[in-house]
Design a protein around this ligand. Structure first.
Ligand SMILES: *[C@@H]1O[C@H](CO)[C@@H](O)[C@H](O)[C@H]1NC(C)=O
Length: 212
């Protein structure tokens, strides 16, 4: 009788806690690695942004992408207010799709941070660009086509790197609509760059070759 009780209780309770732990481990493992993380360069309080992703893990790819756009926006000197507003709106949209509401502190905090503390970074971007070395897509066969983008597009290394990285993750973890999202991601970049005809051309060309 005693053993039966133990036998019945143990698997149930251990399964519960270990599946929870497993989820956490999985999320830790899937967390965007530091080298591909764009949020927070000193003044942007990197630890805050990165740390918070534990709580609103589902949004990490979207938030990271907004940071990439924001970095490139500063580098192109498109106007700090414009860059910051885009950043805040983009993040708010992602948070809206996270029903649990865990991302709101990140969204509010990072928006406030760029507006209050972004000025020095914006000013220094005029002379010292981030010089972000493109992250080349390499974990699937489409990479060979995709990486041509970096020959025609010189203004948005971070944004295009993020589009490519998110696509690879999407394929690996079998998230939904990978091709569709990649297409939207790269076509959207036009809204976030100053004129660059060579980039328009190569982006159109690559977008046509994305398979769904
Ligand atoms: C983008 O990457 C290229 C190398 O492909 C580099 O020459 C250029 O300086 C980078 N631009 C920016 C703004 O980071």
């Amino acid at each position: 009788m005693f053993f039966l009780v133990i036998f019945l209780l143990f698997p149930i309770s251990s399964q519960d806690s270990s599946s929870e732990e497993f989820e956490i481990l999985l999320e830790e493992r899937r967390k965007i690695p530091d080298r591909n993380w764009f949020c927070g360069a000193g003044w942007k309080s990197r630890w805050f942004a990165y740390g918070w992703m534990k709580a609103c893990f589902a949004g990490q790819y979207g938030f990271n992408h907004q940071c990439a756009i924001h970095d490139d926006c500063y580098d192109q000197q498109m106007g700090q207010e414009k860059c910051d507003d885009q950043f805040c709106e983009g993040n708010a949209l992602i948070a809206k799709n996270d029903g649990r509401g865990f991302c709101k502190p990140y969204v509010d905090g990072s928006c406030l941070a760029v507006k209050q503390y972004g000025a020095p970074a914006y000013a220094s971007a005029a002379t010292h660009q981030n010089n972000y070395v493109p992250y080349l897509m390499h974990r699937n066969e489409f990479g060979a086509i995709y990486n041509e983008i970096f020959t025609g597009c010189k203004l948005q290394n971070a944004t295009f790197s993020s589009c490519g990285y998110n696509y690879e993750e999407c394929l690996i973890y079998k998230y939904e609509k990978c091709g569709e999202n990649l297409k939207t991601c790269i076509l959207d970049t036009k809204n976030y760059r100053t004129s660059e005809p060579s980039c328009d051309l190569v982006v159109e060309k690559v977008a046509e070759q994305i398979k769904f």
